[in-house]
Write a protein that binds this ligand. Structure first.
Ligand code: NDP
Length: 301
C-alpha cells in the first residue's frame, strides 16, 4: 500500500486514498439512486475569468460527471452584482434538487466574500466555509468539514500515521486550510488528539517550532519554503502547497512544486506527500463526499 522511496521515507500519495473513498461513494450514490431516486447534485458559482479558478471548476464538474452525479455551473461576469449573486444563491438554497452549493474563491475584489459565503445555506455548504459549519467543527461536532483538511485526515488514516499525543505544527492559518486543520487535529476525533501549534507570518523563529513537529502541515503558498534544516528526523510531512514555478525544461514552461523543498527534505522525513499527487487528489473527492452526505440527509427531511 505504501510507497517506500528510501530505507525510511514513505511517499504519501493521494490517489490510492482517493480511489478507496470513491469506491465507497460509488455504492452510496447507487443506493441513493436506486432506493430513493436521488442524484447528488452540486451547483458551482464562478464569478469573473480567473484562469486557475476555471481549471478548478472544470476539474470539479468533471469529477461529478465521472461519478455519475449531477452538477451545474453558473459562470458569471466579474461585474455581476453582489445582490444578484445572493439572489441566485437563495434560489439554489430552496431548490430541492441541489444538495451542494459551492462558490469558487477568490471572488472579485468588489464583492464581500464573507457576506456571499454566509448566504449559502449551512445545510448545502459542501465546502464547509459557512461560520456555522466552522463553529460545529470547533465545538467537536463537525457537519460539513472543509475539503482539504478533511482529505488530509483521510491520508493520515489511510497510511496509519499516529496523531494521538503527537505534536502537530501547522504553518499557515487560512480559513480553508490552516484553521480547520487546527480544529480537527486538536480534538478527540479520528486522527485528532494532537498537541497543535499554529504558525504564520507573525511567528518568530519558525524553525524553532517546525523542528519540534512530529507532524508538519504546511499551507503557506510560498514555494519550497520548508527546508531540511527546519525539520527533525522522522517527521511526517503534509505539503498542501501548489505553486507554479518556471521550468524551461518543461514544454509548459513551468512545473508544480509544494511549500516544502521535497528533494531537500525527503531523506530526513519519515513520510511526505508529493506535489503534485499528494493532498491535491483528495480535495475534490472530499467535495463529492460532502455532497453525497448532503443528498443522504435531504432525503430524510
Ligand atoms: P492563504 O494565502 O490564504 O494563507 C497562507 C497562510 O500562510 C497565511 O496564514 C499566512 O500567514 C501564512 N504564511 C504565508 N507566508 C508565510 C511565511 N513566510 N511564514 C509563515 N507563514 C506564512 O493560502 P491557502 O491556505 O489558501 O493556501 C496555501 C497553499 O495551499 C497554496 O499554495 C495553495 O495553492 C495551496 N492549496 C492547495 C489545496 C489543495 O487542494 N491541495 C487547497 C487549498 C490551498 P498570515 O495569516 O500571517 O498572512
Amino acid at each position: 500500500m505504501n510507497t517506500i522511496i528510501s530505507d525510511e521515507t514513505i511517499l504519501l500519495k493521494g490517489k490510492p486514498v482517493s480511489k478507496h473513498i470513491r469506491e465507497k461513494l460509488t455504492s452510496q450514490i447507487n443506493e441513493l439512486k436506486i432506493k430513493r431516486n436521488i442524484v447528488p447534485k452540486l451547483a458551482v458559482i464562478i464569478v469573473g475569468n480567473d484562469p486557475a479558478s476555471q481549471v478548478y471548476v472544470n476539474s470539479k464538474t468533471k469529477a461529478f460527471n465521472k461519478m455519475e452525479c449531477a452538477s451545474e455551473t453558473y459562470a458569471l461576469p466579474a461585474e455581476f452584482g453582489e445582490s444578484d449573486l445572493i439572489e441566485i444563491i437563495e434560489g439554489l438554497n430552496k431548490d430541492v434538487s441541489v444538495h451542494g452549493i459551492l462558490v469558487q474563491l477568490p471572488l472579485p475584489k468588489s464583492m464581500n466574500t464573507r457576506k456571499i459565503l454566509m448566504a449559502v445555506s449551512p445545510f448545502k455548504d459542501v465546502d464547509g466555509f459557512h461560520p456555522l459549519n466552522i463553529g460545529h467543527l470547533f465545538e467537536g461536532h463537525p457537519k460539513f468539514i472543509p475539503c482539504t483538511p478533511n482529505g488530509i485526515i483521510e491520508i493520515l488514516d489511510f497510511y496509519n500515521i499516529e496523531t494521538d499525543g503527537c505534536h502537530a505544527v501547522i504553518v499557515g492559518r487560512s480559513n480553508i486550510v490552516g484553521k480547520p486543520m487546527f480544529g480537527l487535529l486538536s480534538q478527540k476525533l479520528r486522527k485528532g488528539n494532537a498537541t497543535v501549534t499554529m504558525c504564520h507570518t507573525g511567528t518568530k523563529n519558525l524553525s524553532y517550532f517546525t523542528k519540534q513537529a512530529d507532524l508538519l502541515i504546511v499551507a503557506t503558498g510560498v514555494p519550497k519554503y520548508i527546508t531540511s534544516e527546519m525539520i527533525s528526523e522522522n517527521v511526517n510531512i503534509i505539503d498542501v502547497g501548489i505553486n507554479r514555478i518556471e521550468d524551461l525544461n518543461s514544454p509548459k514552461g513551468y512545473k508544480l512544486v509544494g511549500d516544502v523543498d521535497f528533494n531537500n527534505c525527503i531523506e530526513k522525513a519519515n513520510s511526505i506527500t508529493p506535489v503534485p499527487g499528494g493532498v491535491g487528489p483528495m480535495t475534490i473527492t472530499m467535495l463529492l463526499n460532502n455532497t453525497v452526505i448532503s443528498a443522504q440527509k435531504t432525503s430524510i427531511k
